[in-house]
Design a protein around this ligand. Structure first.
Ligand code: ADP
Ligand code: MG
Length: 605
């Protein structure tokens, strides 16, 4: 028989080291806890000192209210906190409430605390080694608290092995600092790497005045955390759906990124990682953005703490909402409202590449003029600066009418067509300057939106029966996919029957596609079915294929348009939802004001 191990209670230090693993994962998470403590203490200035990316030394110094000498041992004790005033987990108004951060750090590192409250004659200090708490002693020190963590994880070699390179740990630290800095704009933060000042976030003034627009006051900090371009171009969102209040900045659809590194979502001042909400925000951009690309945003949700449970994760990076559906729909509506109404009215300007004083009258871009004056956008390149294109309402007779006279066409947002160049581009003039339109991209968007609109009104879906039904070969693997989605395809205007085990008889197609190559079309559709069968995504992909195919096979493709045709197309884009972007998220139109043009030529206006 083998020896049966007997059950025994673990020593206290091991218990604490196990628990610490959940809270303190790496230097960045230790720093986050220390910063949150400093903020909870009402600090206005917080300095961080690091050696070896926090592995050897992590020190956070604040000017907050300090800790009483006799409470220093308690600060380190497990489950001891000054914060949960009424022992009520549904009323949390501080970052901390679990009382375990310092205890956890003490279990895995050498911890030293020095603190002085206002009114105290001197500071006091306490330290721990191997989890044992030393005596409280008087010390020299300023008002506030300095917490020093040395040799993180030397007490737990297993964890030490999982630390990454200094560069990687530093990146995680900077990321966490950005999170906290976004939520505490009134506080100045400085981070020193060795002797070198690495990051400095100046305090944003004027925040205590209620009348101040918090968001616009925060612009400089947002500009540092994102960049000036984001702040200059982002849309401001503010919306209330009790119990939630939402505010923040979102990027226009065209400012997408391949990574999700610029997505910040805060709830009551806490940055959270919530996959569902992040997914909802991405979904709100829908097909305005290419697949696999992500928007940038800084969104702040505020609500009565009673509507939240923040106690779902030891590191407090997740929360549960009592009414997530309201929040989701508020997010979608707020984002869509901005994208839908503005996409058509805006276009990137090239001229800002050369100048940084482009006129700026959109209320959503407060402070962008100052930011732009910082000169960051001086380098040549395609600066995606977005200008309000339509300063006038779209005249309501905006139905395509090829007889629009050039004279009046100039008053439309996209103006009067002047020329068709390079086989695909329309040059137009409006009251404020010139517009360049990508004909293919615009046409695809028009067809796409029409297909979508028609689909909701199935009586409208124009179907073209084929005079001679076509027999198309389909591989045996693919046939079931077509059968599975027969209803959807029928609704879109396709009519077919399966024939044998590797063919279909095609009897009708959407009228828009009557001219196109049916084999290629079906193959494209099959391919998009293979990408996933989630209903909405599939529909959107099929719309995209249909509109692309329709545009390529349309009579307009590849030939020069007449002035009336161009004007008709411009009028159609103006009334098409999301007309500012093609189906892949690229802009369909670029606007250069007269002032921009003059600047390009170095003329003073
Ligand atoms: P929690 O923040 O959840 O209360 P911690 O272990 O992080 O737990 O801190 C324990 C206690 O120590 C806090 O409740 C607070 O009273 C005190 N404390 C920690 N850091 C500071 C600080 N920088 N300034 C003032 N008090 C602090
Ligand atoms: Mg804490």
């Amino acid at each position: 028989m083998t020896d049966m191990p007997s059950i025994r209670a673990l020593p206290d230090l091991i218990i604490r080291q196990i628990a610490a693993g959940e809270v303190i994962e790496r230097p960045a998470s230790a720093m986050k806890e220390l910063l949150e403590n400093a903020l909870d203490s009402g600090a206005q200035q917080i300095d961080i000192y690091l050696e070896q990316a926090g592995k050897r030394l992590l020190q956070v110094r604040d000017d907050g209210h300090g800790i009483a000498a006799e409470e220093l041992p308690l600060a380190i004790a497990k489950h001891a906190t000054s914060k949960l005033a009424n022992n009520d987990l549904s009323d949390i108004n501080s970052y901390g409430f679990r009382g375990e951060a310092l205890a956890s750090i003490a279990a895995v590192a050498k911890l030293h605390i020095q603190s002085r409250r206002s009114g105290d004659d001197s500071a006091h200090e306490i330290s721990t080694e191997n989890g044992a708490i030393g005596a409280v002693r008087p010390a020299r020190g300023e008002l506030g608290t300095t917490i020093t963590v040395r040799d993180l994880f030397h007490a737990t070699p297993a964890r030490l092995k999982f630390l990454r390179s200094d560069n990687a740990e530093m990146a995680a630290i900077l990321e966490n600092l950005r999170h906290i800095a976004l939520c505490a704009p009134a506080v100045r933060f400085r981070l020193y790497d060795g002797a070198k000042l690495r990051v400095q976030f100046e305090a944003v003034g004027g925040l205590h005045d209620k009348s101040d627009d918090l968001l616009s006051a925060m612009m400089p900090r947002l500009a540092e955390i994102f960049d000036t371009e984001f702040v200059a171009n982002a849309y401001t969102i503010t919306q209330e759906r009790p119990p939630y209040y939402l505010s923040g900045l979102i990027s226009p659809a065209a400012m997408h990124r391949g990574r999700v590194d610029r997505q910040f979502l805060a709830v009551n001042g806490r940055i959270i990682r919530d996959r569902t909400l992040m997914g909802v925000i991405r979904a709100a951009y829908g097909d305005l953005m290419p697949k696999g690309r992500y928007p940038q945003f800084a969104l702040f949700i505020v609500c009565d703490p009673a509507w939240l449970d923040v106690n779902v994760h030891p590191a407090k990076t997740e929360v549960c909402f009592r009414d997530p559906a309201v929040l989701r729909s508020m997010l979608i509506n707020a984002i869509r409202a901005n994208l839908d109404t503005r996409a058509m009215l805006t276009a990137p300007t090239i001229a800002s590449t050369f100048s940084h004083s482009a006129p700026n009258n959109s209320p959503s871009r407060a402070n962008s003029a100052q930011l732009r004056a910082s000169g960051v956008m001086q380098q040549p390149g395609f600066a995606q600066d977005w200008q309000p294109l339509a300063r006038k309402e779209v005249p309501q007779a905006g139905v395509p009418d090829s007889g629009v006279e050039a004279q009046s066409a100039i008053d439309y947002p996209l103006g009067a067509a002047k020329a068709h160049i390079l086989g695909n581009y329309i040059v137009a003039e409006n009251a404020d300057g010139m517009v360049l339109i990508d004909q293919h991209a615009a046409h695809e968007r028009i067809v796409y939106e029409k297909l979508k609109a028609d689909y909701h009104d199935s009586a409208k879906t124009a179907v073209q029966p084929l005079l001679v039904p076509e027999v198309l070969r389909i591989s045996a693997d693919n046939l079931p996919k077509l059968e599975d989605h027969q209803n959807l395809l029928n609704e879109l205007g396709f009519s077919f029957e399966v024939f044998g085990h590797d063919a279909v008889v095609l009897r009708a197609v959407p009228a828009l596609l009557a001219e196109s190559n049916k084999v290629d079309l079906l193959e494209d559709i099959l391919e998009s079915i293979s990408e996933g069968t989630e209903e909405q995504g599939l529909k959107d992909r099929i719309y995209a294929i249909l509109s692309r195919t329709a545009c390529h096979s349309s009579v307009r493709a590849g030939r020069c348009l007449k002035v009336e045709e161009m004007n008709a197309l411009l009028r159609q884009i103006e009334v098409t939802p999301n007309g500012g972007h093609c189906n892949h998220g690229r802009p369909t139109q670029i606007f250069l004001s007269l002032a921009d043009v003059k600047k390009l030529f170095g003329r003073k206006s």
